[in-house]
Ligand binder design. Structure first.
Ligand code: KG4
Length: 342
Protein backbone atom coordinates (compact mmCIF):
# COMPACT_ATOMS: atom_id res chain seq x y z
CA UNK A 1 0.00 0.00 0.00
CA UNK A 2 1.14 3.54 -0.79
CA UNK A 3 2.63 5.28 2.29
CA UNK A 4 0.27 8.12 3.16
CA UNK A 5 1.96 9.18 6.39
CA UNK A 6 1.18 8.47 10.04
CA UNK A 7 -2.58 8.33 10.43
CA UNK A 8 -3.96 8.17 13.97
CA UNK A 9 -7.55 7.44 14.94
CA UNK A 10 -8.25 9.06 18.34
CA UNK A 11 -11.07 8.02 20.67
CA UNK A 12 -12.30 10.06 23.65
CA UNK A 13 -14.98 8.85 26.06
CA UNK A 14 -13.85 10.04 29.50
CA UNK A 15 -16.95 11.99 30.53
CA UNK A 16 -20.12 12.93 28.65
CA UNK A 17 -18.85 13.47 25.09
CA UNK A 18 -18.25 10.60 22.68
CA UNK A 19 -15.64 11.71 20.19
CA UNK A 20 -13.49 10.29 17.39
CA UNK A 21 -10.93 12.09 15.25
CA UNK A 22 -8.42 11.36 12.52
CA UNK A 23 -5.06 13.11 12.38
CA UNK A 24 -2.41 12.56 9.69
CA UNK A 25 1.15 13.72 10.38
CA UNK A 26 -0.22 16.17 12.96
CA UNK A 27 -2.80 17.62 10.57
CA UNK A 28 -6.48 17.31 11.49
CA UNK A 29 -8.62 15.43 8.95
CA UNK A 30 -11.79 15.08 11.06
CA UNK A 31 -13.07 15.60 14.62
CA UNK A 32 -16.55 14.36 15.48
CA UNK A 33 -18.12 15.00 18.89
CA UNK A 34 -21.49 13.65 20.04
CA UNK A 35 -22.70 15.49 23.15
CA UNK A 36 -24.97 13.66 25.53
CA UNK A 37 -28.11 15.64 26.28
CA UNK A 38 -29.46 12.94 28.58
CA UNK A 39 -27.82 14.59 31.65
CA UNK A 40 -29.41 18.02 31.35
CA UNK A 41 -32.49 17.20 33.39
CA UNK A 42 -30.33 15.92 36.28
CA UNK A 43 -28.16 19.05 36.53
CA UNK A 44 -24.94 17.03 36.22
CA UNK A 45 -23.42 14.00 34.52
CA UNK A 46 -24.96 10.67 35.60
CA UNK A 47 -22.12 8.13 35.14
CA UNK A 48 -24.32 5.11 34.34
CA UNK A 49 -26.28 7.03 31.70
CA UNK A 50 -23.02 8.38 30.26
CA UNK A 51 -21.55 4.91 29.65
CA UNK A 52 -24.78 3.69 28.03
CA UNK A 53 -24.86 6.72 25.73
CA UNK A 54 -21.20 6.11 24.80
CA UNK A 55 -22.12 2.56 23.79
CA UNK A 56 -24.84 3.86 21.49
CA UNK A 57 -22.67 6.65 20.03
CA UNK A 58 -19.26 5.09 19.58
CA UNK A 59 -19.75 3.14 16.32
CA UNK A 60 -21.57 5.91 14.39
CA UNK A 61 -19.12 8.54 15.72
CA UNK A 62 -16.05 6.54 14.60
CA UNK A 63 -17.66 5.73 11.24
CA UNK A 64 -18.40 9.43 10.66
CA UNK A 65 -14.88 10.48 11.65
CA UNK A 66 -13.33 8.03 9.16
CA UNK A 67 -15.77 9.07 6.43
CA UNK A 68 -15.23 12.81 6.98
CA UNK A 69 -11.47 12.29 6.95
CA UNK A 70 -11.86 10.79 3.48
CA UNK A 71 -9.68 7.81 4.31
CA UNK A 72 -10.00 4.07 4.16
CA UNK A 73 -9.77 2.36 7.56
CA UNK A 74 -6.78 0.37 6.27
CA UNK A 75 -4.80 3.62 6.15
CA UNK A 76 -4.97 3.94 9.98
CA UNK A 77 -1.49 3.49 11.50
CA UNK A 78 -2.58 3.24 15.17
CA UNK A 79 -5.58 3.69 17.47
CA UNK A 80 -5.15 6.14 20.39
CA UNK A 81 -7.66 6.19 23.24
CA UNK A 82 -8.21 8.07 26.50
CA UNK A 83 -7.12 5.75 29.28
CA UNK A 84 -7.93 8.18 32.09
CA UNK A 85 -8.68 10.14 34.19
CA UNK A 86 -12.44 10.14 33.90
CA UNK A 87 -15.57 8.11 34.64
CA UNK A 88 -14.58 4.45 34.72
CA UNK A 89 -17.68 3.11 32.93
CA UNK A 90 -17.31 5.71 30.19
CA UNK A 91 -13.59 5.07 29.79
CA UNK A 92 -14.27 1.33 29.51
CA UNK A 93 -16.43 1.86 26.42
CA UNK A 94 -13.75 3.84 24.55
CA UNK A 95 -10.94 1.56 25.75
CA UNK A 96 -12.76 -1.63 24.73
CA UNK A 97 -13.68 -0.20 21.36
CA UNK A 98 -10.10 0.97 20.71
CA UNK A 99 -8.71 -2.45 21.64
CA UNK A 100 -11.16 -4.25 19.36
CA UNK A 101 -10.51 -1.88 16.47
CA UNK A 102 -6.72 -2.08 16.77
CA UNK A 103 -6.95 -5.87 16.88
CA UNK A 104 -9.20 -5.96 13.82
CA UNK A 105 -6.92 -3.60 11.85
CA UNK A 106 -3.76 -5.23 13.23
CA UNK A 107 -2.29 -1.84 14.21
CA UNK A 108 -0.72 -0.68 17.50
CA UNK A 109 -2.71 0.65 20.44
CA UNK A 110 -1.72 3.92 22.17
CA UNK A 111 -2.96 5.02 25.60
CA UNK A 112 -3.42 8.73 26.20
CA UNK A 113 -3.74 10.69 29.42
CA UNK A 114 -6.72 13.02 28.99
CA UNK A 115 -4.90 15.94 30.65
CA UNK A 116 -1.87 15.55 28.40
CA UNK A 117 -4.32 15.56 25.49
CA UNK A 118 -5.75 18.93 26.59
CA UNK A 119 -2.24 20.40 26.59
CA UNK A 120 -1.21 18.90 23.23
CA UNK A 121 -4.39 20.25 21.59
CA UNK A 122 -2.18 23.34 21.11
CA UNK A 123 -0.16 21.39 18.53
CA UNK A 124 -3.00 20.40 16.19
CA UNK A 125 -2.36 21.64 12.65
CA UNK A 126 -5.24 22.68 10.43
CA UNK A 127 -5.21 23.08 6.69
CA UNK A 128 -5.13 26.77 5.74
CA UNK A 129 -4.69 27.95 9.37
CA UNK A 130 -1.46 29.51 10.66
CA UNK A 131 0.43 27.07 12.86
CA UNK A 132 1.53 28.83 16.01
CA UNK A 133 2.32 26.30 18.75
CA UNK A 134 3.93 27.36 22.05
CA UNK A 135 7.67 27.05 22.49
CA UNK A 136 9.11 24.81 25.21
CA UNK A 137 9.16 25.21 28.14
CA UNK A 138 5.72 26.73 28.64
CA UNK A 139 3.05 26.90 31.33
CA UNK A 140 -0.46 25.65 30.68
CA UNK A 141 -3.43 26.65 32.83
CA UNK A 142 -5.68 23.61 32.47
CA UNK A 143 -9.18 24.47 33.61
CA UNK A 144 -12.05 22.07 32.97
CA UNK A 145 -15.05 20.50 34.64
CA UNK A 146 -12.84 18.06 36.51
CA UNK A 147 -9.43 19.73 36.72
CA UNK A 148 -7.70 22.97 37.62
CA UNK A 149 -3.99 22.69 37.20
CA UNK A 150 -0.89 24.62 36.27
CA UNK A 151 1.32 22.38 34.15
CA UNK A 152 4.96 22.98 33.30
CA UNK A 153 5.45 21.51 29.82
CA UNK A 154 9.07 20.68 28.94
CA UNK A 155 8.30 18.90 25.68
CA UNK A 156 5.42 17.01 24.05
CA UNK A 157 5.67 14.04 26.35
CA UNK A 158 7.29 15.55 29.46
CA UNK A 159 4.99 17.58 31.66
CA UNK A 160 4.86 18.28 35.38
CA UNK A 161 1.87 19.45 37.41
CA UNK A 162 3.21 22.29 39.57
CA UNK A 163 -0.13 23.37 41.03
CA UNK A 164 -3.58 21.82 41.23
CA UNK A 165 -6.87 21.99 43.04
CA UNK A 166 -7.06 20.28 46.38
CA UNK A 167 -10.86 19.95 46.10
CA UNK A 168 -13.28 21.24 43.41
CA UNK A 169 -12.26 22.29 39.91
CA UNK A 170 -12.93 25.78 38.49
CA UNK A 171 -15.57 24.33 36.13
CA UNK A 172 -17.27 22.64 39.06
CA UNK A 173 -17.39 25.98 40.91
CA UNK A 174 -19.08 27.56 37.88
CA UNK A 175 -21.50 24.65 37.45
CA UNK A 176 -22.44 24.18 41.12
CA UNK A 177 -22.98 27.88 41.79
CA UNK A 178 -24.99 28.12 38.56
CA UNK A 179 -27.13 25.22 39.75
CA UNK A 180 -28.06 26.97 43.01
CA UNK A 181 -29.11 30.00 40.92
CA UNK A 182 -31.41 27.69 38.92
CA UNK A 183 -29.35 27.90 35.70
CA UNK A 184 -29.24 24.87 33.34
CA UNK A 185 -26.35 22.39 33.26
CA UNK A 186 -23.54 22.97 32.44
CA UNK A 187 -23.76 26.36 34.08
CA UNK A 188 -20.37 27.83 33.07
CA UNK A 189 -21.49 29.24 29.69
CA UNK A 190 -24.71 30.66 31.25
CA UNK A 191 -22.75 32.43 33.99
CA UNK A 192 -20.39 33.79 31.33
CA UNK A 193 -23.31 35.20 29.30
CA UNK A 194 -25.12 36.76 32.26
CA UNK A 195 -21.88 38.15 33.72
CA UNK A 196 -21.52 40.41 30.69
CA UNK A 197 -24.53 42.41 31.93
CA UNK A 198 -23.54 42.50 35.60
CA UNK A 199 -21.30 44.36 38.04
CA UNK A 200 -18.30 42.19 39.04
CA UNK A 201 -17.65 44.25 42.19
CA UNK A 202 -21.21 44.18 43.54
CA UNK A 203 -20.74 41.13 45.79
CA UNK A 204 -17.57 39.93 47.44
CA UNK A 205 -17.00 36.20 47.85
CA UNK A 206 -14.33 34.36 49.78
CA UNK A 207 -10.93 33.56 48.30
CA UNK A 208 -8.87 30.56 49.43
CA UNK A 209 -5.64 30.94 51.34
CA UNK A 210 -3.72 27.95 50.05
CA UNK A 211 0.06 28.01 50.03
CA UNK A 212 2.15 27.46 46.90
CA UNK A 213 0.57 27.05 43.51
CA UNK A 214 -2.42 24.90 44.50
CA UNK A 215 -6.05 25.87 44.08
CA UNK A 216 -9.19 25.40 46.14
CA UNK A 217 -12.74 26.22 45.06
CA UNK A 218 -14.94 24.42 47.58
CA UNK A 219 -14.85 27.33 50.09
CA UNK A 220 -16.08 29.75 47.44
CA UNK A 221 -18.88 27.35 46.50
CA UNK A 222 -20.02 27.03 50.14
CA UNK A 223 -19.73 30.78 50.68
CA UNK A 224 -21.87 31.41 47.59
CA UNK A 225 -24.48 28.87 48.68
CA UNK A 226 -24.82 30.28 52.23
CA UNK A 227 -24.86 33.85 50.95
CA UNK A 228 -27.80 33.04 48.66
CA UNK A 229 -29.59 31.10 51.40
CA UNK A 230 -29.37 34.09 53.79
CA UNK A 231 -30.40 36.64 51.16
CA UNK A 232 -33.33 34.53 49.94
CA UNK A 233 -34.63 34.42 53.55
CA UNK A 234 -34.87 38.23 53.40
CA UNK A 235 -36.12 38.45 49.82
CA UNK A 236 -37.37 35.37 47.98
CA UNK A 237 -36.75 37.05 44.61
CA UNK A 238 -33.12 37.87 45.45
CA UNK A 239 -31.58 35.58 42.81
CA UNK A 240 -33.93 36.67 40.03
CA UNK A 241 -33.40 40.35 40.83
CA UNK A 242 -29.59 40.10 41.05
CA UNK A 243 -28.68 37.30 38.68
CA UNK A 244 -26.36 39.29 36.40
CA UNK A 245 -24.45 40.85 39.33
CA UNK A 246 -24.21 37.47 41.07
CA UNK A 247 -22.78 35.87 37.91
CA UNK A 248 -20.38 38.76 37.27
CA UNK A 249 -19.10 38.75 40.87
CA UNK A 250 -18.76 34.96 40.94
CA UNK A 251 -16.89 34.90 37.62
CA UNK A 252 -14.66 37.77 38.74
CA UNK A 253 -13.70 35.84 41.90
CA UNK A 254 -12.98 32.58 40.05
CA UNK A 255 -10.82 34.39 37.48
CA UNK A 256 -8.93 36.25 40.18
CA UNK A 257 -8.16 32.99 42.00
CA UNK A 258 -6.99 31.35 38.74
CA UNK A 259 -4.87 34.31 37.63
CA UNK A 260 -3.19 34.92 40.97
CA UNK A 261 -1.61 31.47 41.01
CA UNK A 262 -0.78 31.57 37.31
CA UNK A 263 1.05 34.90 37.79
CA UNK A 264 2.88 33.39 40.75
CA UNK A 265 3.89 30.34 38.66
CA UNK A 266 5.14 32.56 35.82
CA UNK A 267 7.16 34.62 38.27
CA UNK A 268 8.66 31.64 40.11
CA UNK A 269 9.62 29.72 36.97
CA UNK A 270 10.56 32.78 34.90
CA UNK A 271 8.49 31.34 32.04
CA UNK A 272 6.63 33.85 29.87
CA UNK A 273 5.22 31.39 27.34
CA UNK A 274 1.67 30.93 28.66
CA UNK A 275 -1.18 28.78 27.33
CA UNK A 276 -4.63 27.74 28.49
CA UNK A 277 -6.70 24.59 27.92
CA UNK A 278 -9.93 22.88 29.04
CA UNK A 279 -13.59 23.85 28.78
CA UNK A 280 -13.39 26.84 31.18
CA UNK A 281 -10.85 28.49 28.86
CA UNK A 282 -13.87 29.33 26.68
CA UNK A 283 -14.86 31.86 29.36
CA UNK A 284 -14.78 35.36 27.89
CA UNK A 285 -13.83 37.00 31.21
CA UNK A 286 -10.91 34.59 31.66
CA UNK A 287 -9.72 35.20 28.09
CA UNK A 288 -9.83 38.98 28.62
CA UNK A 289 -8.01 38.73 31.95
CA UNK A 290 -5.33 36.53 30.36
CA UNK A 291 -4.85 39.02 27.53
CA UNK A 292 -4.58 41.95 29.97
CA UNK A 293 -2.00 40.08 32.03
CA UNK A 294 -0.08 39.05 28.90
CA UNK A 295 0.28 42.70 27.98
CA UNK A 296 1.25 43.75 31.48
CA UNK A 297 3.75 40.95 32.14
CA UNK A 298 5.02 40.53 28.55
CA UNK A 299 3.72 36.97 28.24
CA UNK A 300 3.49 35.26 24.88
CA UNK A 301 -0.09 34.04 25.32
CA UNK A 302 -1.50 31.25 23.16
CA UNK A 303 -5.19 30.47 23.40
CA UNK A 304 -6.28 27.40 21.43
CA UNK A 305 -9.22 27.30 19.06
CA UNK A 306 -12.46 26.95 21.02
CA UNK A 307 -13.30 23.61 19.37
CA UNK A 308 -10.15 22.03 20.81
CA UNK A 309 -10.45 23.41 24.35
CA UNK A 310 -13.52 21.30 25.16
CA UNK A 311 -13.33 17.50 25.42
CA UNK A 312 -12.57 16.15 21.95
CA UNK A 313 -10.75 13.26 20.27
CA UNK A 314 -8.50 15.46 18.11
CA UNK A 315 -6.40 16.14 21.21
CA UNK A 316 -6.20 12.37 21.86
CA UNK A 317 -5.17 11.73 18.25
CA UNK A 318 -2.43 14.41 18.30
CA UNK A 319 -1.03 12.96 21.54
CA UNK A 320 -1.21 9.54 19.88
CA UNK A 321 0.79 10.96 16.98
CA UNK A 322 3.64 12.12 19.25
CA UNK A 323 3.61 8.79 21.08
CA UNK A 324 3.65 6.95 17.76
CA UNK A 325 6.83 8.82 16.80
CA UNK A 326 8.39 7.42 20.00
CA UNK A 327 6.80 3.99 19.40
CA UNK A 328 5.07 4.17 22.79
CA UNK A 329 2.48 1.44 22.39
CA UNK A 330 0.47 -0.54 24.97
CA UNK A 331 -0.71 -4.12 25.21
CA UNK A 332 -4.27 -5.38 24.86
CA UNK A 333 -4.26 -6.04 28.62
CA UNK A 334 -4.17 -2.27 29.39
CA UNK A 335 -7.06 -1.13 31.59
CA UNK A 336 -8.46 2.38 32.12
CA UNK A 337 -7.98 4.39 35.32
CA UNK A 338 -10.34 6.89 36.95
CA UNK A 339 -7.79 9.12 38.67
CA UNK A 340 -4.25 9.98 37.87
CA UNK A 341 -1.46 12.51 37.88
CA UNK A 342 0.47 13.41 34.78
O1 KG4 B 1 -12.99 20.41 29.37
P1 KG4 B 1 -14.46 20.22 29.44
O2 KG4 B 1 -15.22 20.26 28.15
O3 KG4 B 1 -14.80 18.84 30.06
C1 KG4 B 1 -14.85 18.41 31.37
O4 KG4 B 1 -13.87 18.50 32.12
O5 KG4 B 1 -15.95 17.89 31.70
O6 KG4 B 1 -15.01 21.33 30.46
C2 KG4 B 1 -16.36 21.47 30.78
C3 KG4 B 1 -16.46 22.59 31.79
C4 KG4 B 1 -17.84 22.71 32.45
O7 KG4 B 1 -17.64 22.87 33.84
C5 KG4 B 1 -18.41 23.99 31.84
O8 KG4 B 1 -19.31 24.67 32.66
C6 KG4 B 1 -17.15 24.79 31.62
O9 KG4 B 1 -16.21 23.85 31.13
N1 KG4 B 1 -17.34 25.86 30.63
C7 KG4 B 1 -17.33 27.18 30.95
C8 KG4 B 1 -17.58 27.89 29.77
N2 KG4 B 1 -17.75 26.99 28.75
C9 KG4 B 1 -17.58 25.75 29.31
N3 KG4 B 1 -17.11 27.77 32.13
C10 KG4 B 1 -17.15 29.12 32.15
N4 KG4 B 1 -17.40 29.88 31.05
C11 KG4 B 1 -17.62 29.32 29.86
N5 KG4 B 1 -17.86 30.07 28.77
Amino acid sequence: MENKGITILGIESSCDDTSAAVIRDGMILSNVVANQRVHEEYGGVVPELASRAHQQNIIPVVETAIKRAGIDRNEISAVAFTRGPGLLGSLLVGTSFAKGFSLALNVPLIEVNHLQGHVLALFIRENGVDYNPPKFPFLCLLVSGGNSQIILVRDHLHMEVIGQTIDDAAGEAFDKCAKVMGLPYPGGPHVDKLAKEGNPLRFEFSRPRIPGLDYSFSGLKTNFLYFLRDEIRKNENFVEENKADLCASLQYTIIEILLNKLKKAAKETGIKEITVAGGVSANSGLRNALMENAKKHHWNLIIPKFEYTMDNAAMIAITGYYKFLKQEFVEQSTVPFARTQL
